[in-house]
Design a protein. Structure first.
Length: 366
């Protein structure tokens, strides 16, 4: 049977609201065809965008450009910082995993963007290195939608035609191994690094925190397979969630398993809760981890950060882990640190990305 349409026959309406920009585009986005029949499937929409490559001018993050093939993410991670991106479309952050927007014409748009926007001599480095492109900074490029729509694959195929790029991709999904051939072609002509996110090895906790993401063992298997294919791969244990994934020995266990799988680098940063994320995560903590509810209210109700002392100790812990297992730094992070006058934290994670994407219009994903 051919593709079937979503139950929604028209894009969601926003009465009494004058929509502009991405919100106007989202409101007029037609339903995307899907073969999925599950009642739990999200609604898919085709989003017409003008660009796939999005600029991020900041010394606080190790990239100049981002690619997010989709808006919204079905993995439904309880802590996800990127829920606020749906608010730009006049949608509630709770709909982040329920309404997925598939970016239209990704390959031709990316071809134009790279030809006209990308620089092989970045200003930040004084011309010493090319701009860096980070794929998957706001939504997972290998969420279930990718199996049907192939937007990530289309982007990789376009990047594989180029030479001398600097590219990284981050995902929680073992689906990435499907694209080993394209990733190898990119790596042959450009600098490519892959991050696989594993926040805990405890499968039950993973299912609670990241309801629709693949199991930790499947992600570790992907690390191994990618390394055996000759690709540069590391593991992200971000976010480190106070009282939940920071138990003594847990982070160390992730690092040890990552090393055994062949990971070349390892990093982790403490949970950062933007208001839209806090509205989802704090009730979750009260329900599932009531002993932590008071602590979280004190730490995060008015501030997206954990206390400075906690963050300092977490950073020191990660540094000890990196030293113990001989993990090196991510190449593109080292390149930007060397070229930048400001210090870029070894523990760079979603905090800097979230703040820059929320506070600087050029960093907001299209």
């Amino acid at each position: 049977m051919g593709p079937v349409r979503n139950d929604a026959v028209a894009p969601p309406e926003r009465p009494n609201t004058r929509l502009v920009g991405i919100a106007r585009l989202a409101a007029s986005s037609p339903p995307a065809e899907t073969r999925r029949k599950s009642a739990e499937k999200p609604e898919y929409f085709v989003l017409p965008v003008k660009s796939i490559l999005n600029r991020c001018d900041s010394n606080r993050v190790p990239f100049e450009w981002t690619i997010n093939p989709y808006r919204g993410c079905e993995f439904a991670c309880k802590y996800c910082y990127a829920r606020y991106t749906h608010e730009y479309m006049e949608l509630d952050g709770s709909e982040f995993e329920k309404k997925i927007y598939v970016k239209k014409d990704a390959a031709p748009l990316l071809a134009w963007d790279v030809a006209h926007k990308y620089s092989y001599e970045s200003e930040a480095s004084g011309g010493a290195r090319p701009d860096h492109i980070a794929i998957g900074t706001a939504t997972d490029p290998y969420q279930p939608a990718e199996r049907e729509y192939g937007v990530t694959r289309a982007c990789l195929e376009e990047l594989a035609k180029r030479e001398g790029l600097s590219v990284s991709i981050i995902t929680k999904s073992n689906q990435i191994v499907r694209d080993i051939d394209a990733l190898q072609r990119i790596a042959e002509r450009s600098n490519l690094g892959i991050d696989i996110t594993i926040t805990t090895l405890r499968a039950g906790l993973t299912r609670l925190l990241e309801p629709r993401a693949p199991r930790p063992d499947l992600r570790l298997a992907a690390v191994k397979q990618l390394r055996e294919a000759g690709l540069a791969v590391g593991v992200s244990a971000s976010p480190l969630i106070p009282g939940i994934t920071d138990r003594e020995g847990d982070l160390e266990a992730v690092a040890e398993a990552a090393k055994k799988a062949g990971a070349q680098w390892f990093f982790s940063g403490v949970l950062f809760l933007m208001p839209s994320s806090a509205r989802q995560f704090l009730p979750f903590v009260r329900e599932k981890f009531p002993r932590l509810a008071k602590q979280y209210e004190q730490w995060f109700a008015k501030n997206g950060y954990a206390p400075e002392e906690y963050r300092r100790k977490a950073s020191e812990r990660v540094a000890r882990i990196r030293e113990k297992y001989g993990f090196r730094s991510r190449p593109w992070v080292e390149n930007k640190r060397a070229a930048s006058c400001s210090q870029l934290s070894l523990g760079w994670d979603a905090v800097a990305v979230a703040q820059e994407m929320a506070g600087t219009q050029p960093c907001v994903p299209a």
